[in-house]
Design a protein around this ligand. Structure first.
Ligand SMILES: *Cc1c(COP(=O)(O)O)cnc(C)c1O
Length: 472
């Protein structure tokens, strides 16, 4: 337990030692064995550079670029680099945000506020679109029209049919997070443009690797601002640009499209607030760290990192294909390997992989889609990838020997029944009381069987159960 307000200040060395000890419980962010949450290029010296750059600008406030022109210059540089990489031209403008979710919320806000005459604005997305669109719709009171996909990609005729007079935005992914597949952007953008509706490309995940994969010869469809009808695109720098957390870019085709993204307010006694993004006060640290990282790696460096990532994907995908009991669920054409069961309990398999220090991301069943295991592959995986095949085969054998988990008898639950007491009891009963989350198969099986609304209530309750101040 850590006291953030000790009676007397604690010496710096001790504070840092305590933080390092806490970090010891976390999953490994480096070493190419964690396939979600972190993006590691495994480039010597890069972490140190990013940390030093972060320190240079940590106290600078992005609230007012006239007071801190260093930040304005750095943000313009990041937007310029993204525009060059993602098919922009001299008219392209953009904003630096804190992450993909913020970029998507702002893309939806700009589209909504461009049409004050539409009182019930709607957003059309394929069912594989990132959950952040649902969050944007919820926060902004925009109705979400979720269109079933054809296979794993957006279905252009069905998406076109979903566009109505109140549609302010159509969105699609390049690629989708869950499966790593690219939606047919040219067809979708043409359909949206024909109706005079904006089209946003969510390239949060792939924005900084797809252009390089295409340059390396991968046969991937066009997806960026070079496609007619694409009005905005987002790319998370804290994913494949390998910058520290807290930086994404949202590009618009031109300034008029960006204009309704801004929030301005002069009608109070303080300073006139003009915010292009959600936060007002924000640190220059992540932005400086991003500039430093990108200038250090450079275009040639990103091409090389993409090549290493591709090799890692091919090695992992081959391991899945060659292992009885699992199969590739989606073609591994980008930087995701997504596998499904061919006779093994996937949630037990995920635990068995974790026991062998491979940390993957189980994905629950959705509609007709079965549960899958997701692997986000980064350049750091290239050296470790060859060791994966043997461990996967062993893990599958171990999972088959263990068999499917036994799920405790649970009363039929509905979201309304989820109380803090019930969650505390469940957490205890499922072995989550002690803070050890390494064996999750039973929990995942319970969650997988729960309809989405119940799963949301259970996990919200559980997170709320965890998020409490330490007992005194
Ligand atoms: C990661 C991701 C997001 C959300 O980004 P955050 O940085 O986690 O807020 C949105 N869309 C896609 C496709 C993503 O991969």
């Amino acid at each position: 337990m850590i006291d953030a307000l000790p009676e007397k200040g604690v010496p710096a060395e001790q504070v840092l030692a305590e933080l390092r000890e806490l970090r010891g419980a976390d999953l490994p962010t480096h070493g190419g064995r964690l396939f979600a949450y972190v993006y590691d290029p495994a480039v010597d010296g890069l972490d140190e550079l990013a940390r030093a750059a972060h320190a240079v600008s940590a106290s600078v406030n992005g609230l007012d670029p006239t007071a801190f022109p260093s930040l304005l210059a750095m943000e313009n540089a990041l937007v310029g680099a993204a525009a060059r990489l993602l098919g922009g031209d001299a008219d392209t403008v953009g904003s630096v945000t804190s992450g993909g979710t913020e970029s998507l919320i702002l893309a939806v806000k700009a589209a909504r506020d461009a049409h004050p005459e539409i009182t019930r604005p709607r957003l059309v997305v394929p069912s594989t679109a990132h959950a952040a669109f649902a969050k944007a719709a919820h926060y902004l009171r925009v109705e979400l029209d979720v269109v079933p996909t054809k296979g794993l990609t957006a279905d252009p005729p069905a998406m076109a049919a979903a566009i109505g007079p109140d549609t302010v935005l159509v969105a699609a992914s390049a690629p989708s997070y869950a499966h790593g597949v690219i939606d047919p952007i040219p067809e979708l953008a043409a359909a949206a443009a024909a109706r005079g509706v904006r089209l946003h490309v969510d390239a949060c995940f792939g924005g900084w690797i797809l252009p390089y994969l295409r340059r390396l010869g991968a046969d991937l469809p066009a997806f960026d601002l070079s496609v007619p009808g694409v009005t905005s695109i987002s790319a998370d720098l804290h994913k494949y640009a390998y910058t520290p957390k807290g930086v994404s870019v949202l590009l618009h085709r031109d300034e008029a499209l960006r204009r309704p993204q801004y929030f301005a307010y002069a009608d109070w006694p303080g300073y006139t607030m003009i915010n292009p993004v959600i936060s007002s006060t924000r640190s220059g640290g992540p932005i400086a760290a991003a500039v430093a990282t990108m200038r250090s790696i450079g275009d040639a460096g990103y091409l090389d990192l993409a090549a290493r990532t591709r090799e890692a994907v091919e090695i992992l995908a081959a391991a899945v294909t060659e292992t009885d009991g699992v199969r590739l669920y989606a073609p591994a054409t980008t930087s995701v390997v997504c596998l499904a069961s061919d006779g093994v309990d996937l949630f037990v398999l995920a635990d068995e992989l974790a026991a062998r220090d491979w940390h993957t991301q189980p994905q629950m069943a959705y509609g007709d889609l079965p549960p899958t295991i997701h692997l986000t592959v980064t350049a750091s995986v290239r050296p470790t990838a060859p060791a994966f095949a043997a461990d996967l085969a062993e893990a599958v054998a171990a999972a088959q020997a263990r068999g499917p988990v036994e799920v405790p008898e649970l009363p039929p639950l509905t979201p309304e029944m989820i109380t803090p007491e019930l969650i505390a009891g469940l957490a205890q009963g499922l072995g989550l009381g002690g803070g050890d989350f390494s064996r999750m198969a039973v929990v995942n099986t319970v969650l997988n069987a729960a309809p989405p609304a119940l799963r949301e209530a259970l996990l919200t309750g559980f997170l709320s159960h965890l998020q409490r101040p330490p007992k005194r």
